[in-house]
Design a protein around this ligand. Structure first.
Ligand SMILES: [Zn+2]
Length: 68
C-alpha cells in the first residue's frame, strides 16, 4: 500500500467515525433513571431529546406511570 492510499484510507475512517457520531447526536435519545412510584424499583427509560415526562411501565410491578 502506498503512502497516498494509506492517507486516504485514514481520512475515510475518520470521516466515517464523524458521520456515525453525527447520527447519534441527531437521534439525541437520553436514558432516564426513573424510580417507580409504587414499588421503588429503578427503571431505565428511553426518552427523546428535550422530553421530560415519559410514560413507562415498571419492569418490577407493571405499574404504568410517567417520569417526573
Ligand atoms: Zn414498580
Amino acid at each position: 500500500m502506498s503512502k497516498q492510499s494509506m492517507r486516504e484510507e485514514a481520512e475515510r475512517l475518520i470521516r466515517e467515525t464523524m458521520e456515525k457520531k453525527n447520527i447519534v447526536i441527531k437521534q439525541g435519545n437520553t436514558r432516564i433513571e426513573a424510580i417507580c412510584g409504587k414499588c421503588g424499583a429503578p427503571n431505565r427509560v428511553q426518552a427523546a431529546k428535550g422530553e421530560v415526562r415519559v410514560k413507562f411501565v415498571c419492569k418490577q410491578c407493571g405499574h404504568k406511570q410517567e417520569t417526573l
